[in-house]
Design a protein around this ligand. Sequence first.
Ligand SMILES: [Zn+2]
Length: 280
Amino acid sequence: MRTIILLLIYLSYPPPQGLPTGTLRWIMPAGTQGPLRETPLGQKGDTIPPAAKKLIETYPNFISGYAGNHLIFKDKTKMLWDDGIKNKSFKTLLDKPDLKDMFTQKYTAGLLREPLASNFDPGRIRYEPFFLKMYGATEKAVEKNLVEITWCPKLVGQRIRVTKINGIDKKLAQISKELDEHPELKRYLTNIGGTFTWRNIAGTHRHSMHSFGMTIDINTAYSDYWQWACKCSNENAVIKYKNRIPQLIVDTFEKYGFIWGGKWYHYDTMHFEYRPELIQ
Ligand SMILES: [Zn+2]
């Protein structure tokens, strides 16, 4: 009995003040008389933004949670979520985004709704350190995780190199298997334009997503690219949309977490990249 009384006294003792970030806190649930509960949240009032939740769900091998404006990785490192800079221009969003900015534009799966608003490029805003951390920070580090798969064994049979991080090799093998049942799509799927190349996007200091082995360009001969249309590389140019890629190809990639560059104002219809966090 004495032990129970002592325990009750201990449990009703007020929460300790000034706990450092990351320690457990004692919280009295609102409107109740106890018992007291413990929560592993890092800071008072921490709520997880829906977009951060999406990252936690879609990259379970890497991310363990969110606390105090940071994504928490399984290796105990953390990455800033919101840098607090408001009203970034489109160019700044491309050049200096934070994790939160990646979700500024909403990518919608399924049929494309035209016309695309100027600079509406959902998926082109990428916080590079996030991808360098998962797929490799150097060409050699990325290459270590690359494997060869046979793309569309019946229709094409081309060997391509892709990363095995996040199960991307398996996902691409599955996409390939499904598309392989459609001979009418063969001309779009032959002569794969490229998967892995460690390089910057022309004219920028930003890495091309092809640097990470999680991106594939299908046949360029049936593809369209905004720079070919305007014969320019000026992002501010007025661009006329063009696409020849059938919807079934787009739907199949999206089903496995790949976004399509054909849904961008600055369109690139050969381009598919693994960004499951964006697909809704
Ligand atoms: Zn591409």
